[in-house]
Design a protein around this ligand. Structure first.
Ligand SMILES: [Zn+2]
Length: 403
């Protein structure tokens, strides 16, 4: 049997609700194959990212239930899934936090993490209608697993280092796999195309987009993030907080602002609650609009790509427990059980496509800097993606950042 058809090897499940979100997701895979699963009536997309064998699925339509069904089917067909990601686009709350100083601009990424008593995703239309005609929301969901939250914290720390994020690099790689027309859609549209209209300025015609219709003199500048930093091409800011999820599109700015004030929600989407009610996954959203009445599809593809690139960064810092080697043409090598790693000496991993290296971490020792970089050993034989920050510049095949 072709090893890629072995459903037992896949341990990461990636839900990409829309087609363009799937396109961005596939752009993050290091080897993409389509795969029908036995006793399932959908096609899955499989490959690996770093040391993880990843299976991806698109939903038949938007909404909480289709996402829940997609995950249930995927987990039945791929019984060893340990980590679940929901990765796509969402409407963002433009300002949040103390004194509303935190600025979310289009293309930024929001990650659902526990905060203010929420697990990271609030199902804000699920609850009890009280006598005073108010809905008491009881739609709190599970929080991400400890493994995913630890990977997120490692990444948050890594983003503070001089080398910064690898998102710009992953965006470039993703675009290389697209046709010319699509590639353009996945470019950063730039601050000049980011308009945050005044809250009381309602989009006048649902049949048209804002372009050439809406009065941009009634929009705020979004090219400066206040006290943080000016925005730069392909360098989204990452925001961590509570994500609002429901089977409803929010158009009035007032409703969006109310959800922020009541539940500390910083972005709004329509699938996460279907996954997070039963599973400790991680929700990652690229911001494509401001959850208001204005209509602008210019940012959707790029926002899908920034979210997918962030998801890839998280997976790079998530231990796999499996050894993956692409040095050999035999895919069976990748599926070797990690428990056999003890006492076998150094295990290194080369990837000509994206130049990932790995190390055996834990209670072992740092061995050397040699031709292939830094290696770590440990007795357990678990293999991890090496931190790509501060890697030697001479590492063969290492992708150079264009920053
Ligand atoms: Zn408009």
């Amino acid at each position: 049997m072709d090893p890629s058809n072995d459903t037992s090897r896949y341990t990461v499940g990636w839900i990409a609700p829309l087609a363009l979100e799937l396109t961005a997701a596939i752009g993050m895979l290091e080897d993409h194959t389509m795969m029908p699963a036995p006793e399932d009536d959908v096609i899955y997309h499989v490959g690996h990212i770093g040391l993880h064998f990843v299976v991806m699925v698109v939903c038949p339509r938007i909404g909480i239930e289709p996402a829940a069904t997609a995950l249930a089917n995927m987990r039945r067909s791929f019984p060893n899934i340990k980590h679940v990601l929901v990765v796509g686009i969402a409407g963002g709350v433009p300002c949040y936090g103390p004194d509303l100083r935190e600025q979310i601009v289009l293309g930024d990424v929001v990650v659902g993490v526990p905060q203010h008593g929420s697990g990271g995703v609030t199902h804000y239309e699920f609850g009890t209608w009280e006598d005073n005609n108010e809905l008491t929301v009881k739609g709190h969901t599970l929080h991400p697993s400890s493994a995913l939250l630890t990977a997120v914290n490692n990444l948050r720390s890594a983003h503070m280092m001089a080398a910064g994020s690898r998102i710009p690099e992953y965006l470039q790689e993703c675009r290389m796999g697209l046709n010319k027309r699509s590639r353009q859609a996945f470019e950063d549209p730039g601050a000049e195309n980011d308009h945050l209209f005044e809250d009381d300025y309602v989009h006048p015609d649902r049949g048209r987009t804002c372009e050439g219709l809406c009065d941009t003199t009634r929009a705020k500048r979004r090219d400066y993030r206040g006290y943080l930093a000016e925005r730069e091409t392909d360098q989204p800011e990452i925001h961590y907080g509570n994500i609002g999820s429901a089977n409803a599109v929010v158009r009035p700015s007032a409703k969006r602002n109310e959800l922020r004030a009541r539940h500390n929600i910083i972005c709004l989407e329509m699938e996460a609650a279907g996954v997070m009610s039963d599973y400790q996954g991680l929700v990652i959203r690229g911001i494509c609009d401001y959850a208001d009445s204005h209509k602008n599809k210019k940012w959707q593809a790029y926002a899908a790509a920034t979210a997918a690139a962030y998801a890839k960064e998280v997976l790079m810092l998530l231990p796999s427990g499996k050894r993956v080697s692409t040095e050999s043409s035999s895919s069976d090598d990748r599926n070797e059980d990690s428990s056999s790693g003890s006492g076998r000496g150094h295990q290194t991993f080369h990837n000509s496509g994206t130049g990932i290296m790995s190390f055996n971490a834990g209670s072992g020792s740092l061995t050397s800097n040699n031709a292939v970089g830094t290696q770590y050993n440990n007795a357990a034989g678990n293999q991890y993606n090496t931190p790509f920050y501060g890697h030697p510049p001479s590492f063969p095949g290492w992708p150079r950042s264009n920053r």
